[in-house]
Design a protein. Sequence first.
Length: 156
Amino acid sequence: MSETPDDARAEVLRAVARWQVPVIQLNGMIAERLGVPWTDLQALYVLANYGPCTAGELAQRVNLTSGSASRMIDRLVRAGFARRVPDPRDRRKVLIEPDADAVERIGRMYDGLNDRHRRDVEALDDAELAALLRFMDTATRRTEEEIRDFRRERLP
């Protein structure tokens, strides 16, 4: 019995869900090895990939209250993973920026996985890469939309 396109689509969605579990587990293991909560590692990822931002922006990106984000930023600064710097566009504001050496050191913890992914991606042809990239970009946007919708629907 051959698989229908709908069966294949459902299997892709199941595969994405299955993949999320070990990714979350790996991130948790790395956070534990660093001696930080998972949200701190997530914040470092945000800072390293999106650049410096205000405490409020960082809080929103990692889904924390302003008080929890403030304590997280204090931990990151104490650990040498980030620092507070004046905003060059508005000296009244403070930005949180990642420490480049810390980002590099933590990034090396992902080298094994990145090497495996790199080999897997090299096996794909241009059409497969384009489809995969299109899906991943769309999946990211859709997940961000769902987060915004979920925040709006939350009970006080």
